[in-house]
Design a protein. Sequence first.
Length: 342
Amino acid sequence: MSMKFKRLLPIPKDIRAEMPLSAEMAERKAGFDAAVSAILRGEDERLLLIIGPCSADREDSVLDYVTRLAKLAETVEDRILVIPRVYTNKPRTKGIGYKGLLHNPDPESGDDLLEGVKAIRRMHVRVVEQTGLFTADEMLYPTNYQYLIDLLAYIAVGARSVENQEHRLVASGVPMPVGMKNPTGGSTDVMLNSIYAAQQRQTFIFRNWEVNTTGNPLAHAVLRGYVGLDGINYPNYHYEYLERLAEKYTADKFQNPAAVIDCNHDNSGKRPLEQIRICHEVLDSMRRAPEIRRLVRGFMVESYLEDGNQPVGGTVYGKSITDACLGWEKTERLVKEIAERA
């Protein structure tokens, strides 16, 4: 056989029982979820800000970062609802390299998925319990979100996954908002089809069960730029693109039309300092056009303790080992600027 079954891993229910969320935080989550929902439904004028490291690579620096973020979030809570990125899966275009905490709890060692499923749960629980902020992660593997189902306030489906049938169907049944990114080729129709599918009732096989879903009314668009046929990256956050999207992405076809602007990736050309300019340009567009203000409900920003990135094995505490990020001082300034203009 070309596929070797190495060992049976604990089911999500057992991992959740081993590292439970406290009763106090479980009670608080309902209110947090309601606030996120109200923003995406357009019932709350605040903006969402999904912000944090490209990849949550180590527990100590991630906790340090989110602890600072939680204090900052309190100062802007009347204008912004902050959700920390704790992304524990790292998609790889060529399928090799560091794949995130789930695969590599020690980035310099090989795969250890048994420790990985424990490590991702432990990190998310510690972030929630110690900061009071509920988290965001990427649904790279649709069957794995249940390890974190009671902790996540937001799920993203990435550009390489958004065309996948299983991602769309599972997104229709999760109990939290799902941001569907535009694909790497940039097609608006592909993204909108994915949102539409996630908002419908679905029936499919999941973890060896036949399941029915209710549809997810909070599935929405995430604009992250794209790569053209010429190999050059192109942004899709400019005024004209948002104007055209608002014309196609309407309430007569979709529930709760909403878009979140991913300020890094192909929108910035992976130049993290450009995220500052991108946020301000989108805020300008929102002020100029009511239809854009109704559509854009928030931003994604990649930031960490230190500017830039370093190789796996780098020794700079709080510096990304994947995509380059905005450092803390610039992050703090940007969040306050967004709040002033929101």
